[in-house]
Design a protein around this ligand. Structure first.
Ligand SMILES: O=P(O)(O)O[C@H]1O[C@H](CO)[C@@H](O)[C@H]1O
Ligand code: HPA
Length: 297
């Protein structure tokens, strides 16, 4: 448990100010790249980028396929900040640390979080290479007592007991479904429920069957803490999972998932995910009258 760890409002503020003094960009949207999806940042123009190791307070990325670079830039005229590499609980970071960038982005004036991930499919209708728009999640570590919001609540960010019943913005989900028709990729895309497990091992067959019975369509080891913290501080969230593998649910099945295979599907579908994310971001409504840093929350 890491519930005694605390990060002060000042710590988030210092990082936000450090970044804002080094880039002219004032992002409205933040994007988190999932495993193998780091090339999403390539679509940004007029880039400023920082290695996580130089940013005060940032944890380090340790997972292959997560470059560890924060990229600012414009996507079709919209100012964005993109995390090329996220932090996972299984790397040994506390959940508060894995979600550190979200509150920094909030203080910088970001209103929308776009999360992407690589995930294994439990649903018969989702195949490797398909994209799942996340409509809801099951927070397995959270249900077991591991939540980034544990510990004293910082009321400046949000309430002690935040609702999570509509954390994946309905308007953005409909917009994304609309965009898939225009991009002619509707056949690849479905909505579904994501579950976060702690990792780093992939699921046993019994665990996979349990998740399937619980109504989970795709499983991964990330995303949910980021979404919980973003929702707590009032950001709207759009999430998508790239299905990189089928989760083995049968003792007769000899398939075996591995991280290289996950990254490979990421590389193959990176461009499609990039197109979808770009179109959704360019068409979403944004409030331009936003205070930044000290008065942002
Ligand atoms: O969720 P992202 O970061 O996309 O990565 C997914 O891929 C890795 C396993 O291959 C795990 O980290 C899992 O969570
Ligand atoms: O099958 C999986 N399980 C958990 N996490 C994952 N990330 C990609 N695929 C998977």
């Amino acid at each position: 448990m890491h519930s005694k760890e605390q990060i002060s409002h000042d710590d988030y503020q210092k990082t936000a100010e450090w970044l804002m003094s080094r880039t002219k960009h004032r992002p409205q949207v933040s994007i988190i790249c999932g495993s193998g999806l780091g090339r999403l940042a390539d679509s940004l123009s007029c880039r400023d980028q920082f290695s996580y190791s130089e940013i005060p307070g940032f944890p380090q990325s340790t997972v292959q396929g997560h470059a560890g670079c924060l990229v600012f830039g414009e996507l079709k005229g919209r100012s964005c900040v993109c995390m090329q590499g996220r932090f996972h609980m299984y790397e040994g970071h506390s959940l508060l640390k894995t979600t550190f960038p979200i509150r920094v982005f909030k203080l910088m004036g970001v209103q929308t979080l776009v999360v992407t991930n690589a995930a294994g499919s439990l649903a018969d209708h989702l195949h490797p290479g398909d994209i799942m728009i996340i409509k809801d999640h099951i927070n397995i570590p959270g249900l077991a007592g591991l939540n980034p919001l544990h510990g004293p609540n910082d009321d400046k960010f949000g309430p002690r007991f935040p609702a999570m019943s509509s954390c994946y913005d309905r308007g953005l989900r409909s917009l994304a479904l609309e965009v898939t028709k225009q991009l002619d990729i509707a056949g690849l895309v479905q909505e579904g429920v994501y579950a976060m497990v702690g990792g780093p091992n992939f699921e046993t067959i019994a665990e996979a069957r349990m998740l399937h019975r619980l109504g989970v369509d795709a499983v991964g080891m990330s995303t949910v803490p980021e979404v919980v913290v973003a929702t707590h501080c009032g950001m709207q969230v759009f999430g998508l999972s790239l299905i990189t593998n089928k989760v083995v649910k049968s003792y007769e099945d000899s398939d075996c998932v591995n991280h290289d295979g996950v990254l490979e599907v990421g590389r193959l579908r990176s461009e499609t995910v990039q197109q979808l994310v770009t179109e959704v971001i360019s068409r979403m409504e944004i409030n331009n009258n936003i205070d930044r840093t000290s008065s942002a929350v």
